[in-house]
Design a protein around this ligand. Structure first.
Ligand SMILES: [Ca+2]
Ligand SMILES: [Ca+2]
Ligand SMILES: [Ca+2]
Ligand SMILES: [Ca+2]
Length: 628
């Protein structure tokens, strides 16, 4: 990239060069003598041969990519506006930008029928709750009632926010005239703290509540109606702020970073980026939509390689916070951590991961345990994960990548035959800022990412599993083999939720072992295409272990690094030949230091939840090379 001053000098130099060689472009030097505002703007030059500079920015029409705008000329300062200021043919390069010109956005039109109803109910962390077997509902008219009860989701628990979504409603606005909370059979008991309603995202109602819900005792209400009715406005928020979740950082590259956030309703969101808190520029404005559950992800480009920035988010003009972000370097290694199986409400392992200060964290599957293809349940489980305080704060400033395994796909040991897999895919893309899938034509959560001289290939081992007898499906497998072959990265980490090793003792393994043809093709492709530096990252098995997997003839032993669980139940280590190290009976993460300069090497370490080192394995690149 050339800076503004260099660009001016370059254009001066070129102009002088052309003058010396008798070019018709005689003079681009900023020189008021050469410019005559009385010259006809339609002519390219005056009668005396002087060039026209209509906007008087010192650059003649033949050099100026817009001779009608004095802020646009070769070497001008680029700003994010969707316009090429410096006449280099690139738009908004080198300045933080959202890829869409940092344009302001118009608020949505809320006049038609209401299709999507969001109801948020916050339960106090005291007294009654957790009896979610009854018929609690919110009514917005005589006949339009929405049940606060969902399958596959333990709702109305103490101290939580539940968000219920009803899509495709087609409600007439004029019919909606009340907000009534009621339990019809008296078997749900709770102490609600706040009730919020949005209609197609429009903040339509919010109210702090202070009573017991139920019907058996004198101090309980079976029905509560807001005395003000449906107010069609909500200045406050049950979440205490407009940003209900996040921000989190997703994939980063050598010029950009992905920011994810969720608001409590459709509100005006402004994202700012700058070198320091006193110099933030607005780079994005949007109104998150009800159809996406108010979740948005945004790639900010123009950050340069390996650069530290600050970013801030305002919702309805109110600053929600300021955080750090850093773009990836062009070259070199990194420290990354990864893990799988995060089920429990308490996840102390995040304190140790945060203290280890990885450049990147990878969710290797079973990132939640919705075990469901219900839209509301899947979203609720992603939100719960972000509401865990130490997990949520870590994700605000550490980039993440993610793939899934069965529990955060649709359920235990599920595969590509699951009817609800597209609901799971929809919610994954809403909540995981991976930047989208790798192939437009083939759905799934697989994607390739580059950080310096290191590549990550995230596999989707659920969406296509078993449909054609393979683990990945034909298109994903072709993509993977091609992407690995064409990668110039020193080390290539292939991330799979399921293990490659034989994990069970009998019958169905729920691993690559069930798809031996797929596993053989992957290893054979590494040999045939001489793909060096491949390591396998996996999760799933509720213990952490390092293995060296047998190659096919001519190949090298493939390290399999398995990190599990972050916060879940435990399984015992097995005693078999391929296993190198194993830790069981506790929560763990694996930290990986990658050195690509000098003697390239990977150092993988299993850490317990409290940061105590369990095992380390040093793997030089020289051990990951196909024989010539
Ligand atoms: Ca000009
Ligand atoms: Ca100009
Ligand atoms: Ca430009
Ligand atoms: Ca621009």
């Amino acid at each position: 990239m050339i800076g503004a001053l260099e660009a001016v000098m370059l254009s001066l130099f070129l102009g002088l060069q052309m003058a010396c060689t008798g070019s018709v472009a005689s003079d681009v030097e900023p020189d008021s003598e050469a410019v005559d505002s009385e010259d006809s703007p339609v002519d390219s030059s005056t009668d005396t041969g002087e060039l026209i500079d209509s906007d008087q920015d010192g650059f003649a029409a033949s050099q100026d990519c817009d001779d009608g705008d004095p802020s646009i000329f070769p070497g001008a300062t680029e700003v994010c506006d969707g316009v090429d200021q410096n006449c280099d043919g690139q738009v908004d390069e080198g300045v933080p930008n959202d890829g869409a010109g940092c344009q302001d956005a118009s608020p949505p039109d809320w006049t038609g029928d209401v299709d999507i109803v969001h109801v948020t109910l916050q339960i106090k962390d005291v007294g009654y709750a957790g009896t979610d077997d009854g018929q609690t509902e919110v009514c917005l008219s005589e006949g339009d009632c929405f049940p606060l009860k969902k399958p596959d989701w333990n709702d109305l628990e103490r101290g939580v926010y539940d968000v219920y979504v009803s899509e495709g409603q087609g409600l007439k606005r004029s019919d909606l005239d009340r907000v009534t909370l009621r339990t019809s059979d008296g078997s749900d008991r709770m102490e609600p703290a706040c009730l919020q309603v949005s209609l197609d995202g429009q903040p339509a109602h919010c109210r702090a509540l202070d009573f017991y819900m139920g019907s058996d005792n004198d101090d309980e209400l079976a029905t509560w109606s807001d005395p003000d009715g449906l107010t069609w406005s909500c200045e406050s928020s049950c979440w205490g702020k407009g940003l209900s979740h996040g921000p989190t950082l997703g994939t980063v590259d050598a010029d950009g970073a992905t920011i994810w956030y969720r608001t409590d309703a459709t509100r005006r969101v402004e994202v700012f980026v700058g070198r320091d808190d006193a110099a933030l520029s607005r780079v994005h404005v949007s109104y998150p939509s009800a159809a996406d559950d108010f979740a948005e992800q945004l790639r900010i480009g123009g950050l340069g390689a390996d650069q530290s920035w600050r970013y801030a988010i305002d919702v309805d003009g109110v600053r929600q916070g300021i955080w750090d972000l850093k773009s990836a370097p062009e070259t070199g290694g990194l420290r990354f951590a990864f893990g799988s199986c995060s089920k429990y409400d308490e996840q102390p392992v995040w304190d140790a991961i945060s203290a280890w200060e990885p450049d990147l964290f990878i969710f290797a599957g079973d990132n939640h345990y919705a075990n469901s293809s219900d839209l509301g349940a899947l979203r609720q489980h992603y939100r719960w994960g972000l509401e865990i305080e130490n997990r949520g704060s870590f994700l605000q400033e550490t980039p993440t990548l993610a793939t899934w395994d069965d529990h955060d796909f649709t359920g235990n040991n599920t595969d590509g035959t699951e009817a609800g897999k597209d609901v799971a895919l929809r919610v994954f893309h809403e909540y995981q800022p991976n930047g989208g899938g790798a192939l437009e034509s083939t759905p799934g959560v697989f994607s390739e990412h580059r950080y310096g001289d290191v590549a990550f290939f995230l596999l989707d081992v659920r969406y296509h599993r078993g449909l054609d007898g393979s683990m990945l499906g034909e298109q994903q497998e072709l993509w993977l083999l091609d992407a690995m072959q064409s990668s110039t990265a020193t080390f290539k980490f292939v991330v799979s939720g399921s293990q490659y090793a034989q994990v069970g003792n009998q019958g169905k393994e729920d691993s690559w072992y069930d798809f031996s043809d797929s596993w053989t093709r992957l290893r054979q492709a590494i040999v045939d295409n001489k793909i060096d530096g491949v390591l396998l990252l996996t999760g799933d098995i509720h213990r952490s272990e390092f293995r060296l997997l047998d190659p096919v003839s001519g190949g090298y032993g493939l390290p399999e690094l398995t990190s599990s669980p972050l916060a879940s139940s435990h399984s015992g280590c097995r005693d078999d030949d391929g296993q190198k190290d194993c830790s069981d009976g506790d929560d763990y993460f694996v930290g990986v230091s990658v050195e690509t300069q000098g003697t390239p090497q990977v150092t993988a370490s299993i850490y317990r939840w409290d940061g105590q080192l369990q095992h380390s394995w040093e793997i030089p690149l020289s051990e990951l090379q196909v024989a010539p």
